[in-house]
Write a protein that binds this ligand. Sequence first.
Ligand code: SF4
Length: 345
Amino acid sequence: MTRCSSLPLAVRCPASLAAEIAIDPYSDDAERGTNIHRAIALAARGKQIPPLEDDEEVLVSAALMMLEDTDFKGTRYIEQSFQAGELSGTIDLLEIDYDRALVQDWKSGWGDKEYEAQMMGYAWLVFQKYPDLEEVMIRVVRLQLQKMDVKVVSRAYAESWYEELVRNTLHNTKTFSPGGHCDKCPRQAECPALAAQNRQMALMLFEGEQALTRKTVPELWYRVAAAQKVLDYFHAWTRNQVSAHGPIDMGNGKQLALITTHRTKIDASKTWPFMEEALTPNEVAACVTIKKTDLEEALKAHAPKGKKGETVKAFFEKLAAAGATAKEPFQMLREVNANTGANNE
Ligand code: SF4
């Protein structure tokens, strides 16, 4: 049984469905998405929602407003699970209105764009459950952009999509297609195609300058990003092992150990009066760095309930009016849309 949420990756690389050792590719974004989904589902059922971060609250409010933006008058189901044929899935919002249905999914990340296969899977499951349905409206609500993508599919279209999915993807799990999507794959730990590609990448990188040209960058970019994640994982895992079970013998007369070094930590509140005594205000300021996120957190801790965002905004407006803040340009290496230059579309 394949979950519809696995389909976006599976249609890119059918072999991703055949993991023997599955690693759940955890990410902060995924956890945030889960929190937001849970809150929307609770609110839609009229239940109390747990405290959320301010930015999460904004997305949940946007979702609740859009929840009412429908002309479907039938029965509404929230987070309903379905299973049929070789698919299963849980649909965020389903509304059945005589011979038509609305299938809606919330997307809370900037990068949530490749949902076509997942949504078609949901539509197909709904057609199986309700034989009188003639059409299903698929609606994806992209909360960050406050935008909905809508598509209406007929029963015949959904059936032919499913046949093709079974043939080309679900029954074709020996076909590997490595790429940037590998870092989301549960099979990345034991994937022979990814391993072969990483070996080839390592060879190219070790060749150095001769192998690196502007033309090789697109080929290497995603592989290096995926390899970086593996390296970070390896480093964190090894550190945890040494921390929990002691040094590891390296077999060359050395061992890998956690060593303790010391750096001077300055207590800001105790140091402050001495600095004021010894330095001018400008010299004191030059020694201090104020982190925007720390300042925001401190302001939020003082803010009345439900007014955190407002308090932070008002404070930063005062700083801007006093000339205390300035936007300084800095450059990041990012993939952007080749036509619009946007990095969040
Ligand atoms: S790691 Fe990449 S190539 Fe291997 S199965 Fe997953 S998506 Fe396919």
